[in-house]
Design a protein around this ligand. Structure first.
Ligand code: GLY
Length: 296
């Protein structure tokens, strides 16, 4: 077994780091009967998956995520990639891992705010389908977010189960998989506005409040459904508001992202808690109204 240490967090997702890994694989005669193991957070497993997808046109990869975000999102589903100067995840491949091993003991020592930020993706899975997660958080948020409890284990299993089912049906994101982007259209724009200094979950949390408000304006989600978003995210101490004056910049970023994908501006919204659907090209006045509800 050979160990290659790579930089922490997003600094791992660079072509130079991929080249460093390719060099090691080349120098050690790594073959198709060998396997890469990605051990670390989401950036590490994204990079390990990308190296596995590209080496010898694809070798096995096994992920061992060490963060909540990695366990419920990044390591599951086979999206791999690196960043370029022009944007995040612009180079990559869909490459399914042979296995994902989630050992909750690995979360020991992880900062509490890292767990809470990662938990945004856990409750996202609740809002879009695995609603039992929301009940678990509402019953006892401390137990739900403590890796030593059965409640935490159950919530993680439910989130992974939902994601595995969705990507099992739509691996290359032709349709259904898009629901996993709930809260992410605005969330990504906020991450960009914050120069990627915010934790992903914090930005996605605000994005989910926005998506909930948009759901109320365009679909059937009621006031209580929207309030439930705020209550749950606030119980996780995640932000639910963003400065009013930033709207023009956020809208411009969302439009630019949309152009990169050659499609209309799209949002995942809810007909009800646990019932996601997509809206495409919504009226800008609706987007503005939804934003006003979370603007501070
Ligand atoms: N994180 C969204 C997806 O895996 O499709």
């Amino acid at each position: 077994m050979l160990l290659a240490e790579i930089p922490d967090a997003e600094a791992a997702k660079r072509v130079e780091v991929a080249a460093f890994c390719w060099q090691i694989l080349g120098q050690t005669d790594f073959t198709r009967s060998d396997a890469i193991i990605g051990l670390g957070g989401g950036a590490t497993t994204d990079l390990a998956g990308f190296v596995a997808a590209t080496w010898l046109r694809g070798v096995d990869v096994i992920h061992i995520p060490t963060t909540v975000l990695g366990m419920v999102d990044a390591a599951v589903g086979g999206k791999t990639g690196i960043n370029t100067a022009e944007g995040k995840n612009l180079v990559g491949a869909f490459w399914a891992p042979r296995a994902v091993l989630c050992d909750l003991d690995l979360l020991e020592g992880l900062a509490r705010n890292e767990i809470l930020a990662g938990y945004a993706e856990v409750v996202k899975a609740g809002f879009i389908g695995a609603t039992e997660i929301l009940d678990i958080v509402e019953a006892d948020v401390d137990a739900a977010t403590d890796p030593a409890t059965p409640q935490f284990r159950r919530a993680i299993e439910l989130a992974i189960g939902l994601k595995a089912r969705v990507v099992g049906e739509d691996f290359t994101e032709q349709g259904l998989r898009e629901i996993l982007n709930y809260g992410h259209t605005l969330g990504h724009a906020i991450e960009h506005a914050e120069r990627y200094q915010w934790r992903h979950g914090a930005a996605v949390g605000i994005g989910m409040v926005f998506a909930a408000e948009l759901s109320r304006l365009t679909r059937n989600l009621g006031e209580e459904g929207v309030a439930r978003h705020r209550r749950i995210l606030e119980s996780l101490t995640l932000p639910t508001t963003y400065p009013a004056g930033r709207w023009p910049m956020l809208l411009a970023t969302m439009k630019r992202d949309k152009k990169a994908r050659g499609a209309l501006l799209r949002f995942i919204v809810l007909d009800d808690i646990g019932r996601p659907t997509t809206i495409s090209g919504p009226d800008e006045s609706l987007l503005y109204s939804a934003y006003q509800e979370l603007a501070d």
